[in-house]
Design a protein around this ligand. Structure first.
Ligand SMILES: [Zn+2]
Length: 278
């Protein structure tokens, strides 16, 4: 772990230790900390790219999701994502608020053949449990990949972040539900989707990520994987409980491009899902 522990506020440390204890109890991990997580994520640049499906070396699609048969991936591991979250079984925990340092940035967008992806900016970060992650990209899945008590939302947005100086990833998952009015922020993205697949388009449209985040901090968290090959494990998932809204037309616009780009839910095995205190 390159990050100095001395610059971690003591409150975070306390909560981090408590979270660590929870995770050890919940998952059977023998230790918590940077080294363990770093070892778990081996191929960082490919992994970040791959969650958006742009890894050129691995051929895969949503027709056949038996990706565990693809060599060179971690899709066979027992700690995969997405998962179903059974709200009766989640463990309430004292989790620190997520801190956002999101700056407006000009949108660069691509339809990469697996999803619509918007590239990140070097000047946007989140801090989760004392660890600071840089925003890399966001993209969409139709229908939602995570399910709550077996129920899906129409869309799910993934905001992928990478810890500074490590290959550790944290992904914010935001559910999108149908509402009567169009979402102005999604409108900015969906009206700029390039006609040509795999063509990256730099636009002058300014995006502010904080506009996409549900106002409520309430979320679920667990350790899983990327939901696309190479299915790299050791990803910190933060799944917001409160959805944001989109109009029927906006949802239809995305589903016309991708009628199904959701990986089936994976077994939790002996993992536990934590939730913020109510
Ligand atoms: Zn995703």
């Amino acid at each position: 772990m390159k990050r100095s522990k001395t610059d971690t506020p003591s409150l975070y440390k306390k909560k981090r230790n408590r979270l660590c204890l929870f995770l050890m109890l919940a998952t059977g991990l023998s230790a918590c900390g940077g080294e363990t997580e770093t070892e778990a994520v081996s191929d960082e640049p490919a992994a970040v790219e791959a969650d958006a499906g742009s890894a050129k070396t691995i051929e895969w699609d949503y027709e056949n999701t038996n990706w565990e048969q693809i060599s060179g991936t971690e899709c066979r591991a027992s700690v995969q994502s997405p998962v179903n979250i059974n709200t009766q079984e989640v463990i309430e925990a004292e989790l620190a608020d997520i801190r956002y340092e999101y700056e407006p940035f000009p949108m660069k967008i691509v339809d990469n053949g697996h999803t619509v992806q918007v590239y990140g900016t070097e000047r946007s970060f989140i801090t989760v449990e004392g660890k600071r992650y840089q925003f890399k990209q966001f993209h969409f899945h139709y229908p939602s990949e995570h399910t709550i008590n077996g129920e899906r939302h129409p869309l799910e947005m993934h905001l992928v972040h990478q810890e500074e100086g490590t290959s550790n990833l944290a992904v914010l998952a935001v559910f999108i539900e149908e509402a009567n009015t169009a979402n102005p922020f999604l409108e900015k993205v969906f009206t700029q989707i390039p006609v040509q697949k795999e063509e990256e388009v730099q636009t002058e449209v300014q995006l502010t990520l904080s506009d996409y985040i549900p106002p409520s901090q309430m979320h679920y968290t667990y350790i899983g994987s990327l939901t696309t090959p190479p299915c790299t494990v050791g990803v910190d998932w933060i799944v917001f409980r409160e959805p944001i809204q989109a109009s029927e037309e906006q949802i239809a616009k995305f589903s016309a491009l991708y009628a199904n780009n959701a990986r089936p839910v994976q077994p939790l095995n002996n993992r536990r899902v934590l939730k913020t205190e109510e």
